[in-house]
Design a protein. Structure first.
Length: 227
């Protein structure tokens, strides 16, 4: 995003977590403001949004990428309630609070892009809290997208796939960099279409510009399946 001239507001659980990436993006000549927020704390999310408002800047693009995978429950019939509670707060409620907060301004300016990160995990009751919270995010994102479809406020999903990150683990098949075109393409599409899922595997090896062209020509509306 910084390479393409976007000024950034970067959220992390602590400001210390953000120091490295803030320094890197500032070297690219853009402005970057770090904000600290623990997304499982709904009052902290509300405070973060107020702090962003105090910056006095227009938020035109939202990439809701933060997420948590609580545990892999081999004894999945003993899945605790807390798996659902924590997963939904971070993976569903927080991103939608952020979207709801900034959508009125996007509508007033007739420009906005919201990209919510989903997951292709399914048929794994061992990860019920995580997969259920992502399925809920899909549903509320697509319901909201139907209202804005045909406008210059575009709301879509991205599925980065299984990547070698702290969450995905070292055995994941994909390097994070390989997923970047599919992750960010929703920020740059310009065809007034909402309600799609940009699976990263559809964009491997492309530049962002190639990804945008492919997305606008070939990715249909999301119908509830990532297959």
């Amino acid at each position: 995003m910084a390479e393409r001239g976007c000024n950034l507001i970067l959220q992390g659980r602590t400001l210390e977590h953000l120091e490295n990436v803030v320094a890197k993006v500032k070297e690219l000549g853009v402005e970057a403001v770090p904000v600290a927020c623990e997304l499982s704390d709904i009052s902290a999310v509300e405070d973060m949004l107020l702090k962003i408002d105090e910056l006095g800047v227009d938020v035109d693009i939202i990439l809701n990428n933060a997420g948590i995978q609580i545990a892999y429950r081999t004894e999945y019939l003993q899945t605790p309630v807390s798996d659902y509670e924590e997963s939904f707060k971070i993976n569903t409620i927080a991103p939608m609070m952020i979207a709801y907060h900034f959508l009125p301004g996007m509508k007033a300016r007739d420009f906005g892009r919201i990209v919510n990160t989903t997951s292709g995990i399914r048929r794994e009751p061992q990860q019920a809290g995580y997969s259920a919270s992502k399925a809920a995010l899909d549903k509320v994102t697509m319901d909201l997208a139907s209202v804005y479809d045909g406008t210059n406020v575009m709301i879509n999903l991205t599925d980065p796939g299984w990547c070698r990150t702290d969450l995905g683990g070292p055995s994941a098949p994909n390097a994070p960099e390989s997923s970047l075109p599919g992750v960010v393409v929703g920020a740059f599409v310009d065809d007034k279409k909402s309600g799609r899922c940009f699976g990263a595997s559809n964009f491997y090896g492309m530049t962002v510009e190639q990804a945008v062209e492919h997305a606008e020509k070939n990715i249909p509306a999301y119908l509830g399946s990532l297959d």
